[in-house]
Write a protein that binds this ligand. Structure first.
Ligand SMILES: [Zn+2]
Length: 235
């Protein structure tokens, strides 16, 4: 009997021996992290996520609760956690400076451009160069399944997004379909300066896949996918 796979990973990030990452599948919980031999020595860092643009830089395990939606670190041994159920988890990796970020990109954090804040913090703290950064965009609710109201389109429009590239009309009046992954991909390319070929995407829809949790489908407030990235301790 084989053990079912517990998380998805990105081959473009798997090539770095100093880095660990995964987009957890349904059934993979926080308590399972320490059952994985290759993750057992990591300290998981979990935020109180708010749908904000707040990003924290960590150089050690935090002593107080962090209320925000993004974490950046160059410190080995910390496992940055993003919990999702339809929102987009994004990982950033800087192979030149061995730094990483984990970012929770729901629609509110996306129009507030949290990825621009996260990349800015990596530049400030580690000297990360946008053209050297790699990004991994994980599973989320995809455009055809993600209907939003006109207030969402207006928020993105006011923030300067090209709404024609990320929204499609719905059959329902005053409703639109939002492509959350594309909105964040465009931010990384157009506003931060990542190379398009350095942005990896997992094409999986939380709403469509029974292996993933979807708040819109399940209406379960407790169930969250556990997404993680960290830097290994060297011995
Ligand atoms: Zn779907």
């Amino acid at each position: 009997m084989s053990v079912p796979k517990q998380y998805l990973s990105i081959p473009g990030l798997d090539v770095f021996p100093w880095l660990v990452h995964g987009f957890g599948l349904a059934g993979f919980n926080l308590k399972d992290i320490h059952k994985e031999p290759w993750l057992a020595s990591f300290q998981p860092v979990v935020m109180k996520q708010l749908h904000s643009a707040q990003v924290f830089w960590l150089d050690r395990f935090p002593e107080t609760r962090l209320d925000g939606d993004g974490l950046v670190t160059a410190s080995p041994g910390l496992l940055l956690i993003i919990k999702t159920a339809d929102c987009l988890p994004v990982f950033l990796a800087d192979p030149e400076n061995r730094a990483v970020a984990a970012v929770h990109c729901g629609w509110r954090s996306t129009w507030q451009k949290i990825l621009v804040s996260a990349c800015g913090l990596m530049q400030e703290k580690f000297g990360s160069r946008p053209e050297a950064l790699l990004a991994g965009l994980g599973p989320c609710i995809e455009r055809k399944c993600y209907e939003v109201g006109h207030e969402v389109l207006e928020a993105f429009s006011a923030a300067g997004f090209d709404t024609g590239k990320i929204f499609a009309p719905s059959l329902i009046k005053d409703k639109f379909h939002l492509d959350l992954r594309e909105a964040n991909r465009l931010l990384l390319v157009d506003e931060v300066g990542l190379k398009p070929e350095n942005i990896y995407q997992v094409s999986a829809c939380t709403f469509c896949s029974p292996d993933l949790y979807s708040y819109r489908r399940d209406r379960q407030t407790e169930r969250r996918l556990i997404n993680f990235i960290g830097i290994k301790e060297t011995d």
